[in-house]
Design a protein around this ligand. Structure first.
Ligand SMILES: C[S@@+](CC[C@H](N)C(=O)[O-])C[C@H]1O[C@@H](n2cnc3c(N)ncnc32)[C@H](O)[C@@H]1O
Length: 269
């Protein structure tokens, strides 16, 4: 609580957001290298008109995997060059690279420990994880068909710089698929950033209700994972971070002080 109060005046500075993301995700990957924890998003319960997900083996984190699956279903990945920015522990990259058969899939993340963990856990053809920043993507201009971004850009120092980089690396007619949350008071800022990105808005959906449904459906599994993986003294703090039922994040979605959106954007030729 004291630390939160001391840090709160800095939380909107770009340098603080970058540092906060780097420290948080380096620590998580370094200190909790659990091999059955592959995702760090809040999850998605599909709409009735989205085909139910049939997988040969039931995933350990079904709802976070579905967040990736239904986002990626918005365009074809087959035979394409895919870049994911903010790939975390790599579970989403692994699912999309094996299920949708892209020619290549690169997961980029700021946290070196997350990249090392993902490279260790997910050794499949055409998939690699590299360290780098969303605000300075280490790939050539016009080299990527689809950029995927799952629950990551709220943490960036400059979303505008990130969107410039997305536009630069995308090939003409390439797609940018993104899901993330914002406080209600920050939604207009995000919408303006996307509008001014030079990319065409193809779809914009408020998926808050489907994230709430996922959080509620996954709660027992999530609480159990926290009890197994997290030292007792950190469990309460971690439960907040993980967005369990009753956490601030969950309450904010319920009372509409935060929203969760899905976007499909295109770089026109
Ligand atoms: C909430 S986690 C989501 C991870 C993954 N997308 C998933 O759904 O499991 C956010 C991720 O974004 C990464 N990240 C934060 N800032 C970044 C930046 N500037 N450049 C690249 N990755 C960043 C973090 O290291 C972290 O792995």
């Amino acid at each position: 609580m004291i630390i939160k109060t001391i840090l709160s005046p800095f939380k909107n500075f770009a340098w603080f957001k970058r540092l906060n993301a780097k420290v948080t995700y380096e620590l998580l990957a370094k200190h909790i290298p659990a091999e059955d924890w592959h995702f760090m998003n809040y999850g998605y319960a599909p709409k009735p008109n989205e085909a139910p997900l049939q997988l040969a083996e039931p995933p350990t984190q079904k709802y976070p995997l579905q967040m990736y699956h239904y986002l990626a279903s918005k365009t074809s990945l087959e035979g394409k060059q895919i870049l994911e920015v903010g790939s975390g522990r790599g579970g989403g990259a692994r699912h999309l690279a094996s299920h949708f058969k892209p020619a290549s899939y690169t997961g980029l993340d700021l946290a070196q420990h997350a990249v090392d963990l993902a490279n260790k856990l997910h050794k499949i053809p055409h998939l690699r994880f590299i360290q780098g920043s969303a605000e300075d993507i280490p790939l050539a201009d016009n080299s990527v068909d689809v950029v995927i971004n799952v629950e990551s850009c709220h943490a960036y120092g400059s979303v505008e710089k990130f969107l410039n980089e997305v536009k630069r690396v995308l090939k003409p007619n390439g797609y940018f698929l993104m899901v993330d949350f914002r406080y209600a008071v920050d939604m207009d800022t995000l919408k303006n950033q996307l509008k001014n990105s030079g990319l065409e808005m193809v779809e914009e959906e408020n998926i808050t209700a489907h994230v709430i449904e996922a959080i509620e459906a996954e709660d027992d599994v999530k609480q159990d994972r926290i009890r197994r993986l997290i030292p007792k003294k950190w469990q309460k703090l971690f439960a907040e971070f993980a967005g369990v039922v009753g956490s601030k994040f969950y309450r904010n979605l319920k009372d509409q002080t935060r929203f969760y959106y899905r976007y499909v954007m295109k770089k026109n030729s």
